[in-house]
Design a binder for this molecule. Structure first.
Ligand code: CS2
Ligand code: MG
Length: 406
């Protein structure tokens, strides 16, 4: 069996997505997500200029050798662009492998370890009251876990704050502007506010729902230790990205001061980014993904390492990861022994029309389909109706204008 063509498809049904589509001489095709939010065209160039020429003619079933060839064959390794490009190819090859075997990919990863995948939804509000009502609406819809974010009094904009309706909830998604919009951040205002949010949510929802919060890389180790301690009475499932992920020693400081569980890793692109955090049990959940951590081949290595240290998966799943990534994630989530949670932000109907799939959501759970391969595809005609649109993630400045983490 040979690879005959590798297409890199860019489409923008409300937001940009990059999809790798591999064709073979036996008529079997496979797809992989290669979307890197705000840096999509960098991945497209890496694929089209550097990887595609190396793929045509290769055996698509040689997923391991192809992964090693694309990784070890590059002197300049790792990083989000490289590993997202490799991920798109790897995922497409796993799709082909499943189709050739006549099996859903989870069967090739060890079979079912669970009947369905527990997800968490995104509750948010411009006020604490709105955020509480939003969280309650997710619980009413059957979600067992809810991430809760609210605006910070005195700040015009804060990460993760959408409207109160499900449709609006995506409105906090990166502004669709070629140049970044500028937000203002105030750490002290945030630290004073966050505990009041969870005091109100717990008072309303009681002890049962699993609550999560995304700090979004904005604190120092000491500030994160303080926040973790102040959130302990509310028993969060996780405090996410408490510090910028590159400050790995800060996780030791957090661990010394608080039992609030920690999750990180959505920006990690390889096992080397998280090996220390896992080995020293500095985190409770690792959030690496199929699309940004080198595909299924590499992600399963990360989760296997994590399993040795009782660290569970908690893969990122915002709407800037396409349905192709989500479908692949569900196959991995269904099979691994140390699954924790899967982030789930429903895509828009326009996006779902571009990426038909067989997974489905019901009662707080996502169910992987039984189709051979990944159970997802790209409708090329539909995709062609949505041309690329330049878009950037926002940037953050402190009140005095100092550039800060977004
Ligand atoms: C966030 C993401 O969902 C999350 O946990 O951190 O929305 C993140 O901001 C975007 O995916 C960045 O592209
Ligand atoms: Mg996050």
């Amino acid at each position: 069996m040979k690879i005959t063509d590798v297409e890199v498809v860019v489409t923008c049904p409300g937001r940009n997505f990059v999809t790798v589509r591999v064709s073979t001489d036996e008529g079997v095709t496979g797809v992989g997500d290669a979307t890197l939010n705000g840096r999509e065209l960098a991945v497209v160039a890496y694929l089209r200029e550097h990887l595609v020429p190396q793929l045509v003619g290769r055996d698509p079933l040689r997923t391991e050798d192809t992964w090693q060839y694309l990784y070890r064959g590059a002197s300049w390794r790792r990083g989000p662009v490289t590993m997202t490009a490799i991920a798109g190819v790897d995922t497409a090859l796993w799709d082909i492998k499943g189709k050739v075997a006549g099996l859903p990919v989870y069967q090739l990863l060890g079979g079912r370890s669970r009947e369905a995948v527990t997800v968490y939804g995104h509750a948010s509000g411009a006020t604490v009251e709105e955020a509480v009502a939003s969280a309650a609406s997710y619980v009413d819809r059957g979600y067992r876990a809810v991430r809760v974010q609210s605006a910070v009094p005195g700040l015009d904009s804060t990460y993760g704050i959408g409207g109160s309706s499900a449709a609006d909830a995506r409105s906090y998604e990166p502004a669709d502007a070629a140049l970044p919009t500028e937000n203002v951040w105030d750490t002290e205002a945030y630290l004073a506010h966050a505990p009041t949010l969870f005091e109100a949510v717990r008072r309303e929802l009681g002890p049962a729902p699993r609550l999560l919060h995304d700090v979004h890389h904005r604190l120092t180790g000491n500030e994160a230790a303080r926040l973790g301690k102040e959130l302990e009475p509310y028993h969060l499932t996780w405090m996410e990205d408490p510090v910028p992920a590159e400050l790995q020693d800060a996780f030791r400081l957090i661990r010394q001061h608080t039992t609030t569980p920690v999750a990180t890793g959505e920006v990690f692109s390889s096992i080397y980014d998280c090996e220390l955090l896992i080995r020293e049990r500095l985190i409770d959940y690792i959030r690496t993904t199929v699309v940004h951590a080198g595909g299924i081949t590499h992600l399963r290595r990360i989760f296997d390492l994590a399993a040795l240290y009782d660290v569970r998966s908690g893969s990122h799943g915002a709407t800037d990861l396409s349905p192709v990534c989500l479908a692949a994630a569900l196959h991995v989530d269904t099979a691994i022994p140390n699954f924790g949670l899967q982030e789930y932000m429903p895509h828009t109907p326009e996006t779902d029309a571009v990426f038909p799939h067989d997974y489905w959501f019901e009662d707080g759970l996502l169910h992987v389909g039984e189709s051979p391969g990944l159970g997802v595809d790209i409708d090329l005609d539909e995709a062609a109706t949505y041309p690329y649109r330049p878009a950037s993630l926002p940037v953050n400045r402190l009140r005095d204008g100092t550039m800060f983490h977004w």
